[in-house]
Design a protein around this ligand. Structure first.
Ligand code: SF4
Length: 145
C-alpha cells in the first residue's frame, strides 16, 4: 500500500519551529507500506517559519499567515496539486492532527474575528486529497485502528 504521510511524523524537523512529530507507534504499524512523505509548508515557506491559521470567510476557508496576514492558500494548493499529480497512485493519506495543512477532521477553524468556530476542519493539503477521492486519516486516529 502506498501511503502519503506528513513528513514530520517520520521525524523530519520541518515543523514551523524546526522540531518534529515523530510517531514511532504509527511507523511500526505502517512498516509494510511504501511511505511518500510530504510537507507543504516546509517546501513553500521554509523552516523555521511563522505560524498560520485557517480562517473562514464567505463559506471559504483560507490559510492566513499570523505574521503578515497574507493568504497562503494558493501556494499550499499548488504544492498539493503537484504532489498528487506526481503520485497518482496514492492509496491513503495520513496527516498530522490539528495542522492547518495536514489535519484530518482535527484542524482548528476561526472566524474573521479570530474566534474558534470548529476543531474538526480539514487542512488545505488534505482537502486536495479528498477532492481526488483519496481516503484520509489523522495520525492519532490511524494509530488506534
Ligand atoms: S504538519 Fe504538515 S505542514 Fe506541518 S510540519 Fe508536518 S508535514 Fe509539514
Amino acid at each position: 500500500m502506498k501511503v502519503a504521510i506528513s513528513a514530520c511524523l517520520l521525524g523530519c524537523s520541518c515543523r514551523y519551529d524546526g522540531t518534529d512529530n515523530l510517531n514511532e507507534t504509527l511507523l511500526k504499524k505502517l512498516s509494510d507500506c511504501e511511505l511518500i512523505p510530504f510537507c507543504p509548508e516546509d517546501d513553500v515557506f521554509g523552516t523555521p517559519r511563522p505560524t498560520m491559521d485557517l480562517i473562514q470567510s464567505d463559506h471559504l476557508i483560507h490559510a492566513i499567515s499570523n505574521a503578515s496576514g497574507e493568504n497562503l492558500t494558493p501556494s499550499i494548493q499548488r504544492y498539493a496539486q503537484k504532489f498528487f499529480d506526481t503520485h497518482p497512485d496514492i492509496d491513503l493519506l495520513i496527516g498530522k492532527d490539528r495542522s492547518p495543512s495536514c489535519g484530518v477532521r482535527t484542524a482548528k477553524i476561526y472566524n474573521l474575528h479570530k474566534e474558534l468556530i470548529s476543531t474538526k476542519g480539514e487542512g488545505i493539503m488534505v482537502q486536495e486529497a479528498q477532492r481526488r477521492g483519496i481516503p484520509t486519516f489523522g495520525s492519532e486516529e490511524y494509530s488506534t485502528l
